[in-house]
Ligand binder design. Structure first.
Ligand code: FES
Length: 84
């Protein structure tokens, strides 16, 4: 199990899972789930290496630095901290 801390709420997510359903339940606005609309933008505070690498959809929407599209992130394991 990986641990995602989102705005101080801890969420357990199986290793290798896309985080979209979990962050939606925690309040992140999810629109398309496909990396097109950009509503799911999050800021990664810790543990970027524990997420899948940034993908083309994210680059196309200008994600850089600590910014990611939550719907495009797979958590590999370990701990990740993010805010939205
Ligand atoms: S929900 Fe649309 S880009 Fe993530």
């Amino acid at each position: 199990m990986a641990k995602l801390t989102l705005n101080d709420e801890d969420i357990e997510i199986p290793n290798g899972e896309n985080i979209v359903d979990f962050i939606e339940e925690a309040g992140v606005p999810i629109g398309c789930s496909n990396g097109v609309c950009g509503t799911c933008e999050v800021e990664v505070l810790e543990g970027m290496d524990n997420l899948s690498p940034i993908n083309q959809e994210e680059e196309d929407l200008g994600m850089e630095g600590n910014k990611r599209l939550g719907c495009q992130c797979v958590i590999k394991g370990g701990d990740v901290k993010m805010t939205y």
